[in-house]
Design a protein around this ligand. Structure first.
Ligand code: GTP
Ligand code: MG
Length: 294
């Protein structure tokens, strides 16, 4: 590799829930993407920037590929395909604790059509299944290489970074040294709230939620920031669940989100949360746009 500075854009793609966002966070050593045990957590492209002395890798985390059932799902798939069309290299992430499924085959076929070079990343290496599964994953496509990793333990990650940098061309440093993500602060804070909703609710509710952060106001005189946000749901029944008995659920969501916000902003946070119904927002282009899914 010599002294040449290398850089490039690397998309992280795969089925929902295989650990793409966990992997991104672990590679960066910072939480830039929210994570949950429910599929379809990530809804947008999220850029995460790894700056090393000899290289800069701009990772693009993407929503898990799935068959869309509403406008939001269609938007999410446009985000994945947009990323695929715009990168130098793809990491196809699969779940090594499960055998390859229809979803993996579908994505591998789509990837083959794009002709973008790709590495096969077998994640959840801490729960890796039999060697035959690895062989069947490798048979899904024409990969430059295979790396078994665990985004949770960190196993295999330095090997992965070394292998992907080798494949990048000489290039400039695109982002300043201290920039880890390109997401606006309001968006990231809203994602923290959505993550707690994903953690604390079940079935349809987590997917029917969108968050808009309306205000982030640091107080001049004190080490305190006021944050005001609205959680949108699709129906009254979901609003009831998010608020909970005597407001208990909303308080829990707020408390958990506040702890993470305080860590991020390094100051105390006064978080005010509201819940509103925007009927069937996932089906309406105009509602999607107003919630930032544009
Ligand atoms: N055991 C184990 N679990 C993992 C690993 N990586 C991720 N997970 C778990 O897998 C689940 C999904 O993780 P995410 O990072 O949200 O997955 P994703 O691929 O980004 O999901 P979508 O955004 O929905 O497409 C979470 O419960 C993670 O804790 C790993 O290396 N080992
Ligand atoms: Mg994700």
């Amino acid at each position: 590799m010599g002294d040449t500075y290398r850089s490039g854009f690397v998309a992280i793609i795969g089925r929902p829930n295989v650990g793409k966002s966990t992997l991104l966070n672990r590679l960066l050593g910072q939480k830039v993407a929210i994570v949950s045990d429910k599929p379809q957590t990530t809804r947008n492209q999220i850029r995460g920037i790894l700056t090393l002395p000899h290289a800069q890798v701009v990772f693009v985390d993407t929503p898990g590929m799935h068959k869309p059932f509403h406008c939001l799902g269609e938007y999410m798939m446009r985000e994945v395909r947009g990323a695929l069309g715009d990168v130098d290299l793809v990491l196809l992430v699969v779940d090594g604790s499960q055998r390859p499924g229809e979803g993996d085959r579908y994505i591998a076929a789509e990837l083959a059509d794009t002709k973008v070079p790709s590495l096969l990343v077998i994640n959840k290496g801490d729960k890796l299944g039999p060697a035959e599964w690895v062989t069947s994953y490798e048979a899904l496509g024409d990969f430059l290489d295979t790396v078994v990793v665990s985004a949770v333990t960190g196993q295999g990650l330095s090997d992965l970074v070394g292998k992907l940098i080798q494949r990048l061309s000489p290039g400039p440093q695109y982002y300043p040294d201290d920039m880890v993500s390109d997401q606006p602060l309001k968006f990231l804070l809203g994602e923290y709230i959505r993550e707690k909703v994903l953690e604390l609710t079940r079935e349809e509710v987590p997917h029917a939620v969108a968050v808009e952060v309306e205000e982030v106001s640091p107080r001049d005189d004190r080490d305190l920031t006021d944050i005001r946000a609205t959680i949108y749901v699709e129906r009254d029944s979901q609003k009831g669940i998010i608020i909970g008995k005597g407001g208990r659920m909303l308080r829990s969501i707020g408390q958990l989100a506040r702890v993470e916000m305080e860590a991020l902003l390094d100051c105390q946070v006064n978080l005010q949360l509201w819940v509103k119904v925007k009927k069937d927002w996932r089906e309406q282009e105009s509602a999607l746009r107003s919630l930032g899914y544009t």
